[in-house]
Design a protein around this ligand. Structure first.
Ligand SMILES: Nc1ncnc2c1ncn2[C@@H]1O[C@H](COP(=O)(O)OP(=O)(O)OP(=O)(O)O)[C@@H](O)[C@H]1O
Length: 509
């Protein structure tokens, strides 16, 4: 089948070469010389482009504008970014923003052709939605929410309690933490479950039309059925107002009235209509700050935040990562009709746990999805998560060759076999979840002494600080940040333990 590939590159020579190599694989190529022209083509050919190959230095927007455009569009198009060695930071940013893959120039045309084939493979396997924002089933039960950490157990407890009440709920948390999933679970467990759950992303609707979208619009002959408005659509059910902090002030005033009186007035109309809607709002912004800056009405804030639930970022509940990754691997294996679900090797699990996941559960879900689609064996290994490996400092993994800008050092070499995170092991043996080679590595912190007793906290702390100094090559602010302590505390501890930051392995005489 001929696929349509859009190449965005400002260098005419590069465009010609890329066009030739992609066409030689039987695909049709469309070229654009900058982001703007690329966006235009995407708009015109919406639905027809199967993958985008984007040079990150194209145009003024540094290519990232195309990614945010795709994001806004929730377009079903994998994007492969190309960048020069000096632009690898940008490439990593792009991966976070949802790019499918990246290649660092100079690279072989073969590597690019393979990246395109992989992207098409992914696209073919999931034509329903862009991997970054996968669709979710309408009905979500609390039992579908994977929660192994104490933080998430608390969220579920609050969620279950919220089911019983009729109060508005405010779900707070970074993008991708699972706010909508929680809102859906609350709806499904409530007596409103037989009625609609309507989600509206306030950040995605132009200010000029938001009132009509929410409250409907009256045409001259009465209410236009085509513009019922989300409140009416949700009547008897739940209205999920995503990114409520982005609601413009004029719509906030109308929303306040709706919440206070249970009545709405359609845009252009005068008479109020009764509605019975439970509101669940969500925000990734600090709404108190928005109130202080007069961008959000204080009275509305208090009305909506009667029952606040904060979903913690994934990096603050790392215990969930392994469980989530396994569940996603199982789900995607079943979706791909694999004979047996793909398992996750201990190296892969350690890698996934070491990473901070700025895009939270959604990013993890996409990483596992990509890995399942492209996997060749029965088990997912570190090699199946090259983007994650590339973003861990001091890591020389399979990706190091593709990412010349990645940090490398003797420390990096030493930790490369153990996925970037120190394991806490019992004396003399590696933990079950750790790779077999972990015990032999410098990346193990032993938790018991030779007589089998738990070691002193101070000893373990000293060892961890020495490890972190080596791992981050003596970059004190990074070491302090990663250890979760202030710089002055770090300096004090160095002094207490007699650690020389320039030679952390040297023991004081
Ligand atoms: N605890 C969880 N268990 C299983 N899947 C989860 C969990 N949390 C999130 N997900 C999945 O992660 C993805 C992102 O979740 P969701 O859309 O609910 O996040 P969000 O916080 O509403 O994101 P955004 O603010 O960007 O819209 C979804 O596909 C969801 O199914």
């Amino acid at each position: 089948m001929t696929a349509h590939i859009l190449v965005i590159d400002d260098d005419p020579q590069e465009r010609r070469s890329l066009k030739a190599v992609i066409e030689s694989r039987g695909h049709a190529v469309h070229v654009a010389e900058n982001d703007q022209a690329g966006l235009e083509l995407l708009r015109k050919m919406r639905g027809e482009i199967d993958a985008v190959l984007l040079d990150l230095k194209s145009g003024e927007g540094n290519g990232l504008s195309v990614l945010s455009f795709l994001d806004r569009l929730r377009a079903d198009v994998p994007v492969i970014v190309q960048t020069a060695e000096s632009g690898t930071d940008l490439a990593v940013e792009a991966m976070r923003a949802g790019a499918f893959d990246f290649v660092v120039k100079p690279t072989s045309l073969e590597r690019i052709a393979t990246a395109v084939s992989n992207a098409l493979k992914l696209h073919e396997n999931d034509p329903s939605g862009r991997p970054l924002k996968r669709g979710r089933s309408a009905s979500v039960a609390f039992s579908d929410i994977i929660a192994a950490s104490a933080g998430m157990a608390r969220v579920l407890e609050l969620g279950r309690r919220a089911v019983q009440s009729h109060l508005p709920i405010m779900v707070e948390g970074e993008a991708g933490v699972g706010k909508e999933m929680l809102a859906r679970a609350i709806h499904s467990a409530s007596e409103r479950s037989g009625r609609p759950f309507i989600a509206v992303n306030c950040a995605a609707i132009p200010h000029a039309t938001i009132e009509a979208v929410l409250f409907g619009r009256n045409d001259q002959d009465g209410t236009d059925e085509g513009h019922l408005g989300k409140f009416k659509e949700a009547d008897g059910g739940t209205l999920f107002l995503e990114e409520i902090g982005d609601l413009p002030l004029h719509a906030q005033a109308k929303l306040l009235e709706a919440v206070q009186k249970g009545e709405i007035v359609a845009a252009g109309g005068r008479s109020p209509h009764k509605v019975d809607v439970r509101i669940i709002a969500s925000t990734s912004k600090d709404l108190i700050e928005e109130v202080k800056a007069s961008r959000f009405r204080e009275d509305l804030y208090y009305r909506l935040s009667v029952f606040p639930i904060t979903v913690p970022a994934l990096r603050r509940r790392k215990e969930d990562i392994v469980h989530l990754a396994r569940a996603f691997a199982e789900r995607f294996s079943a979706e791909q009709r694999l004979q047996r679900p793909l398992s996750l090797g201990s190296g892969a699990l350690a890698l996934l746990t070491a990473y901070d996941w700025p895009g939270n559960v959604r990013q993890l879900e996409n990483a596992v999805f990509r890995a399942v689609i492209l996997a060749e064996g029965n088990e997912l290994t570190e090699r199946d998560f090259p983007q994650v490996a590339a973003q861990l400092p001091g890591r020389a993994g399979p990706f190091a060759t593709a990412l010349p800008g990645a940090p490398s050092s003797p420390a990096a070499e030493q930790v490369s076999t153990v996925a970037g995170a120190p394991f806490i092991a019992e004396s003399g043996r590696a933990p079950a979840a750790a790779p077999a080679n972990v015990a032999a590595s410098a990346n193990v912190i032993v938790s018991t002494d030779e007589s089998g007793n738990v070691r002193k906290l101070a000893e373990v702390e000293e060892e961890l600080i020495r490890f972190a100094l080596k791992f981050y090559r003596g970059q004190m602010s990074q070491v302090a940040r990663k250890l979760g302590i202030g710089r002055s505390t770090l300096y004090r501890k160095l002094k207490d333990y007699g650690i020389d930051p320039d030679d952390p392995q040297k023991h004081a005489a």
